[in-house]
Design a protein around this ligand. Structure first.
Ligand code: UD1
Length: 393
């Protein structure tokens, strides 16, 4: 980091930690804990943009992760990507003016990550991006655009796998800005694993017939626009799930986007009567129990590819690509696409042979947030002293 590039910061301003949507919470919780444990770091101000607002997608997750209630909620709610991003920006700018943070800490790739970074960079407030450098190389995914742009703006980029650092270098990011620290999402998983809720209990609480699902079940999650926004793609996905459930009962915590579209397009009949438990979005400890107890997971999520790798549970990713290649190279993940014949063939193989035996990737050891906190303390220290040195010279 050159002194010219250094932005003016108030060294005593808080760390503005931003969350917006569900996958952010499990990444931010260990960071908030690790930051609070060090007296050489400024205090945390936790800011929720309000991108996700359902109790099921929000409060239950905060409680399960022991994430403190946000200091501020910007309450942006849903909207088109442009409206949601713009609304976060409009509401985040006065927050920066008011609290004058030492740095803005953003995680992952959701619209809130990009929006807050855009505000911070123009306010000359340092940006710290946790989970930088992941690339699907698919610009149809809104998250890919969010990742590319956030990384261009960030001052410090923490990566979860070595390939992410290579992606950043290819995009012209200075090596001194990148640190490979491991995976904060896995910090959460290891921290809370002993508290995971038993799947049978989750099913009973949801009013599902737990006996019908026994000890042998698969877990499904689907929410990507490419799978659930188009009626043809969603129909195809539902027929696939119906056929899969004939081989193995399925438990599906349904994202509001998918639930809304199934109703809107009139597609419930495609899975009516099939052994598929349709649940509300689950809390963190419930989801952890379901994933850990599953024979196989069918998903289009990013984070679940990592969680299944850490748990050693086979994962079939219903997408054409992944931004997390280490889960395929070393973990239990297989990117199967969306062809029904191929997915069912892979599922049959998992059921017959047990699926991929992976290993846990380097530094996915539950201590990534501690490493980030230690690195960040050192980085902020150099930022405070650098302008003085330059004045003295
Ligand atoms: C967002 C993230 C995605 C992440 C996902 C996890 C972006 C671009 N996408 O997608 O990376 O994997 O969250 O859930 O930021 N809705 C509710 N209640 C809520 C939130 C959303 O009903 O609390 C419904 C609304 O109908 C909304 C739709 O879900 O329009 C989509 O929500 P949005 O936050 O825009 O995107 P996600 O699909 O959740």
């Amino acid at each position: 980091m050159s002194i010219e590039h250094a932005k003016s910061i108030d060294a005593r301003g808080p760390l503005a930690c931003v969350v917006g949507a569900r996958p952010n919470y499990m990444k931010m919780a260990p960071l908030v804990r690790a930051f609070a444990a060090r007296d050489d770091l400024p205090p945390v101000t936790l800011i929720h943009t309000g991108q996700h607002y359902d109790v099921a997608m929000n409060d239950r997750l905060f409680a399960g992760l022991a994430l403190p209630a946000p200091d501020l909620n910007l309450e942006v709610g849903s909207g088109t990507h442009a409206v949601q991003t713009a609304e976060v920006m409009r509401r985040f700018e006065p927050v920066i003016d008011e609290i004058k943070p030492s740095a803005v800490i953003v995680v992952g790739d959701v619209n809130s990550t990009l929006a807050c970074s855009l505000v911070a960079v123009k306010k000359r407030t340092p940006i710290v991006h946790v989970e930088a450098g992941l690339r699907s190389h698919d610009r149809e995914m809104p998250e890919e655009i969010n990742r590319l742009l956030t990384d261009q703006m960030a001052d410090v980029l923490y990566t979860t796998e070595r390939g992410a650092g290579a992606n950043l270098l290819r995009e012209g990011i200075e090596p001194s800005r990148i640190a490979f620290v491991g995976n904060v999402m896995i910090d959460s998983l290891l921290h809370h694993r002993h508290r995971a809720v038993a799947p049978q209990e989750t099913l009973r609480t949801a009013g599902a017939d737990a006996a019908r699902f026994g000890e042998r079940f698969g877990v499904v999650t689907l929410h990507r626009p490419s799978n659930v926004d188009d009626p043809a793609a969603l129909s195809e996905a539902l027929v696939l799930l119906r056929d899969a459930s004939a081989r193995l009962p399925l438990v599906w915590p349904v994202h509001p986007r998918a639930r809304g579209n199934i109703q809107r397009f009139g597609l419930s009949r495609l899975i009516a009567g099939a052994p598929i438990a349709l649940l509300e979005p689950q809390g963190y400890l419930e989801m952890l129990g379901l994933l850990a107890g599953a024979r196989v997971v069918l998903t289009d999520s990013g984070g679940i590819q990592e969680e299944t790798t850490a748990l050693g549970v086979p994962c079939l990713t219903l997408r054409d690509n992944t931004e997390r290649p280490i889960t395929v190279e070393q973990g239990t993940n297989t990117v199967v696409g969306r062809s029904r014949a191929r997915v069912l063939a892979c599922l049959d193989d998992v059921l017959a042979n047990g699926g991929k035996q992976g290993r846990v990737p380097e530094l996915w050891d539950g201590r990534a947030a501690e490493r980030i906190a230690a690195h960040l303390a050192g980085w902020l220290e150099t930022r405070v002293t650098a302008p003085e040195q330059s004045r003295a010279a």
